[in-house]
Design a protein around this ligand. Structure first.
Ligand code: HEM
Length: 473
């Protein structure tokens, strides 16, 4: 793979760097005065008037205490003056927007997750123009003071439809109690990663995450005008509410039905134990947390019997991490390296305490970043999370009589699927020629509801200057 040198100071930081902070605030904005909005963008690019500056991926000597990034929806780019002909060169899913019926049905935003019910002004995609995200290491006072400065600068340029806060839970946990942020793609040319620890997974072409560079298919995603293409990227912003009590009840009820421990079922639906250890490496019990450099150091298919899990006997083929990155498992179409995403999401809402259950809203909020919303975020959601027939026929290299992978997956992702009591299912595989010894858990409900979303374009720093100028002239 040819790796072109990347100009870090022209790339928005969140694309290539995990900020590893405890607090975030996402502002949802609507342009009310085009020229004033252009001025605002320029001020943010330059960090003028005491405003925080848009963070680039440039190396820092001392870690900043705050980070700021900005994305635009398709209607946002139009509001700033990008012409219809140019917008037609953007990713088709981005052009449709997250509230469009086709996008919504592709990613499971139907029923209680349908865009009509979204909060904070997100239901009307035509009015959602800008997503401005502020991250702060730890200090809530700093979050408030930076927010105050930003809000003063919004006046007359953009109106704030809503703001959504996120707050890290201890040890990188998400609300279902799992440790998160272990697996991220290694991007060709990106700054060397410390967290999550580097792993031996395939390095993914830059063009899967940035426009203007060769991607895994040796094509190049790009848009018009070239100023926007250079170092731009896309992201699906999501507010995903988690029903923690419902998830706990599911684990207890269905573990009893399957005759296994609830913690094992929790590991099976995710693919990792709650402490982060992958089932592929620790199939029987969680054990002590593995060293960071081992947590993501595995594949599903191996010629060595002890390491092979072609059939999902250790890590179910329908588990969350295997659906979202089947690694070297055989899938219909191109391989998993063509559909990777960078995840930059954090929990929101108070930690759930089973001894004092509260109905407070809690979940995961943030960005799923890629160079093609159609081929990455929407593909993952529609083909791998919501279907079970993407798995290719495959036998275990060392044990061909143990069955075939295609029989060992059913239903939709337990976390993200549009699960309902009539037809949800999840397979716990056991050796047997056609899955005849499998345990199939059926009839559980949806545990995650989409409360909001937006498809955004994250221009490079030069692209932001171009937009600012376009809007002000
Ligand atoms: C509230 C919603 C979600 C929860 C609770 C959740 C939870 C998790 C957990 C616990 C992990 C394992 C930690 C890790 O490997 O880093 C994980 C990994 C992952 N998730 Fe999610 N997730 C959610 C939403 C999503 C969505 C919407 C997508 C994309 C459509 C997604 C894609 C992934 C991917 C790509 C991985 C890494 C898989 C790998 O490379 O092995 N997740 N998620």
């Amino acid at each position: 793979m040819t790796t072109l040198p990347l100009q870090y100071d022209d790339i928005q930081g969140t694309i290539l760097r995990g900020y590893r902070v405890d607090l975030a605030r996402h502002f949802i904005l609507s342009v009310c005065d085009k020229a004033a909005a252009g001025e605002l963008i320029l001020k943010l690019v330059e960090g003028r008037d005491g405003l925080p500056r848009i963070t680039s991926a440039e190396r820092w000597l001392k870690k900043p205490s705050g980070f700021l990034n900005i994305g635009f929806t398709c209607s946002g780019l139009a509001a700033l003056g990008v012409g219809a002909e140019q917008l037609a060169s953007f990713d088709p899913s981005f052009q449709r927007g997250a509230t469009n019926t086709d996008s919504a049905s592709a990613v499971g935003d139907v029923g209680t997750s349908a865009p009509e019910g979204w909060i904070g002004g997100l239901a009307d995609g035509s009015q959602v123009h800008i997503l401005l995200s502020l991250w702060v290491a730890k200090d809530p006072v700093l979050l408030e003071s930076l927010s105050t400065r930003l809000r003063q600068a919004f006046a007359g340029a953009v109106s704030e439809l809503s703001a959504h806060d996120a707050q890290a839970l201890p040890d990188n946990q998400v609300h279902f109690g799992y440790r998160d942020n272990i697996a991220q793609p290694t991007i060709a040319g990106a700054p060397p990663r410390k967290h999550p620890a580097p792993d031996d997974q395939e390095v993914i072409a830059t063009g899967e995450f940035l426009l203007g560079y060769p991607n895994q298919s040796n094509g190049v995603y790009s848009v018009q005008p070239p100023e926007l293409s250079r170092n731009g990227s896309y992201a699906a912003f999501r507010i995903l509410e988690q029903d923690v009590a419902g998830f706990d009840a599911f684990l207890n009820e269905y573990a009893a039905k399957a005759g296994i421990d609830a913690e094992l079922l929790a590991a099976k639906v995710c693919g990792r134990w709650r402490n982060g250890n992958p089932l592929t490496l620790r199939p029987d019990e969680a054990g002590a947390t593995l060293p960071a450099d081992q947590l993501n150091d595995f594949n599903y298919v191996s010629p060595q019997l002890s390491q092979d899990d072609t059939l999902g006997l250790k890590c179910p083929i329908g588990s969350h991490i295997r659906r979202n990155n089947p690694r070297n498992g055989a899938v219909v179409g191109t391989d998993s390296a063509h559909h990777r995403i960078v995840r930059r999401a954090m929990p929101y809402g108070p930690a759930y305490d089973p001894t004092q259950p509260s109905a407070a809203a809690r979940g995961l909020i943030g960005y799923f970043i890629n160079a093609s919303l159609s081929n990455q975020f929407e593909f993952l959601s529609s083909q791998w999370n919501l279907l079970s027939d993407f798995v290719k026929s495959a036998k275990a290299p060392c044990n061909p009589d143990a069955g075939d992978a295609v029989f060992n997956i059913s239903g939709e992702d337990v976390f993200l699927g549009v699960n309902n009591t009539a037809d949800s299912s999840f397979t716990l595989a056991a050796p047997g020629s056609k899955g005849e010894n499998n345990t199939v858990l059926e009839g559980f409900s949806r545990m995650i509801t989409t409360r909001g979303g937006a498809y955004c374009f994250l221009p490079g720093i030069g692209g932001l200057r171009y937009l600012a100028q376009l809007a002000t002239t």
